[in-house]
Design a protein around this ligand. Structure first.
Ligand code: NAD
Ligand code: ZN
Length: 378
């Protein structure tokens, strides 16, 4: 086998040429990694709603290679990379950790100055250019990961080195959605044992938030979703009660306040819908309730609530990636799976070969299933 180190690699990638149009399987050229970059062979990737949202959006960068929930193996590293070497197993993360800025040094933040999520950037930081091209025409990156390609180039700060014994076809889902939901509850909402938690949106992220509430010992976990098909599934993740806002002719926050004698202790919003975000805030109990926003809102969304809701001692928070620092914390989330403290299999409802990646989009758009694993080698 000839080495690919330092060479351009030609491989398959699923390219989005236009908003909302099916991805097209293309042969792309992937340039070698530059300083502080790593070229990764992706083995498994899955689809998260954030990919779908930016693929649907009217005005972003095209052509683009989406994908940010994945697992792979390091093929080669650029200058200055000492933490990773070829053969290491890695999970790419859409938000990074430089380990040097004030945020990385703070115990409270994972919003790295250099590598925090930036959905508007389609190029690498090093030289402001893309590493992907087709016949010399650049193809944009997405959130620094672009995992819908057999090979991709990623900043070293956006890669978590994990236990090589962890099965990548399972733990790839920890690189975004599951860690995000779990961390939103355990690291940010922090429900006390015996408390009441509402989870808005019962996709993979919301069900991971429910799982977090169960692990924390919440006694009531109220799942809220417009899709009643989600409710049966949600029981496996600890949900004890369900509310479909469509079944009532008053705001869902009022329904929840009545069910809970004034409101829940904690709520976690995992829908991306602005009205659900407002309801998730307004349904927490005055005096101590905390609401955590996780869903990625539409560009023009505005959060509107009466300031009295805050004066009455409710707290509103938000988080990316469940406040986990990708390099420092994600390897230990993988270990939770290895020690069977955390189950990920129940989040994986479909698998498709890479050539059928558009099916994964169809499942998500129809609200069918949770995570669909896309196998790069079929
Ligand atoms: P998903 O599509 O699988 O699940 C979303 C669920 O929300 C669906 O079941 C849908 O029926 C429900 N829903 C939509 N509108 C609703 C409303 N008004 N009220 C109640 N339920 C409603 O998506 P997912 O992959 O689980 O992602 C969930 C959200 O989290 C998305 O917005 C995604 O972009 C976001 N996300 C954020 C982060 C982060 O770090 N903050 C990371 C990953 C995903
Ligand atoms: Zn995601």
């Amino acid at each position: 086998m000839t080495s690919t180190v330092g060479q351009v690699i030609r491989c398959r990638a699923a390219v989005a040429w236009e908003a909302g149009k099916p991805l097209v399987m293309e042969e792309v050229e992937v340039a070698p990694p530059q300083a502080n970059e790593v070229r990764v062979k992706i083995l498994f990737t899955s689809l998260c709603h954030t990919d779908v949202y930016f693929w649907e959006a009217k005005n972003p960068l095209f052509p683009r290679i989406y994908g940010h929930e994945a697992g792979g193996i390091v093929e080669s590293v650029g200058e200055g990379v000492t933490d990773l070497k070829p053969g290491d197993h890695v999970l790419p993360v859409f938000t990074g950790e430089c380990k040097e800025c004030a945020h990385c040094k703070s115990e409270e933040s994972n919003m790295c100055d250099l590598l925090r999520i930036n959905t508007d950037r389609g190029v690498m930081l090093n030289d402001g250019k893309s590493r992907f091209s087709i016949n010399g025409k650049p193809i944009y990156h997405f959130v620094g990961t672009s995992t819908f390609s057999e090979y991709t180039v990623i900043h070293v700060g956006c890669l978590a080195k994990i236990n090589p014994l962890a099965p990548l076809d399972k733990v790839c889902v920890l690189s975004c959605g599951i860690s995000t939901g779990l961390g939103a509850t355990l690291n940010v909402a922090k429900p006390a044992k015996g408390s009441t938690v509402a989870v808005f949106g019962l996709g993979a992220v919301g069900l991971a938030a429910a799982e977090g509430a169960r692990i924390a010992g919440a006694s009531r976990i109220i799942g809220v979703d417009l899709n009643s098909n989600r409710f049966e599934e949600a029981k496996k993740f600890g949900a004890t009660e369900f509310v479909n806002p469509k079944d009532y002719n008053k705001p869902v926050q009022e329904v929840i306040a009545e069910m809970t004698n004034g409101g829940v202790d904690r709520s976690v919003e995992c829908t991306g819908n602005i009205d659900a975000m407002i309801s998730a805030f307004e349904c927490v109990h005055d005096g101590w309730g905390v609401a955590v926003l996780v869903g990625v809102p539409h560009k023009d969304a505005v959060f509107k609530t009466h300031p009295m809701n805050l004066l009455n001692e409710r707290t509103l928070k938000g988080t990316f990636f469940g406040n986990y620092k990708p390099r420092s914390d994600l390897p230990s989330v993988v270990e939770k799976y290895m020690s069977k403290e955390l189950e990920v299999e129940k989040f994986i409802t479909h698998t498709v070969p890479f050539s059928e990646i558009n099916k994964a989009f169809e499942y998500m758009l129809r609200g069918e299933g949770l995570r669909c694993i896309i196998r790069m080698e079929e």
